[in-house]
Design a protein around this ligand. Structure first.
Ligand SMILES: [Zn+2]
Length: 137
């Protein structure tokens, strides 16, 4: 797996995109990097994604992603909270994107989500074994 273009990259100053207490949009939209189709990720999917990145996206990709985004040993997301990741797939052209969000529980079951990065994933032969990547077909 290699990382292609990014829609967003991690920032320390980005404002949260979602807070449980504020009834704004429940999803984050961005344009597919290859065909401009609108792609949408529901914040709850990110909130519910396991904090264990190996479990969420596969061990190899988790290792690559931590390196690519500069997630250190402590493993915190730059804006606060823990990194949660999921893979999203374009309906039209099947481009796969890795979504990286900082998820912070600010109060009991009240979450704040900051999208830190959206990066195109370019598959290589060996990735055919990663079922988490193939799931979005
Ligand atoms: Zn597309």
């Amino acid at each position: 797996m290699t990382f292609g273009k990014s829609v967003l990259l991690p920032s320390y100053v980005r404002q949260a995109h979602f807070k449980t207490s504020e009834m704004k949009s429940n999803s984050f939209e961005f344009d597919c990097l290859n065909c401009n189709q609108v792609m949408r990720i529901v914040f709850n999917v990110l909130i519910n994604a396991t904090w264990d990145l190996k479990e969420a996206i596969g061990e190899k990709l988790a290792t690559q992603a931590k390196k690519f985004y500069g997630i250190g040993l402590v493993g915190k997301s730059p804006g606060g909270g823990w990194p949660h990741m999921t893979i999203c797939c374009c309906e039209r052209c099947r481009t796969k994107c890795l979504i990286y969000a900082g998820v912070e529980e600010i109060y009991n079951s009240m979450y704040q989500v900051t999208i830190q990065a959206v990066t195109e994933l370019i598959e290589s032969e060996e990735d055919s074994h990663n079922e988490r990547v193939n799931n979005c077909e």
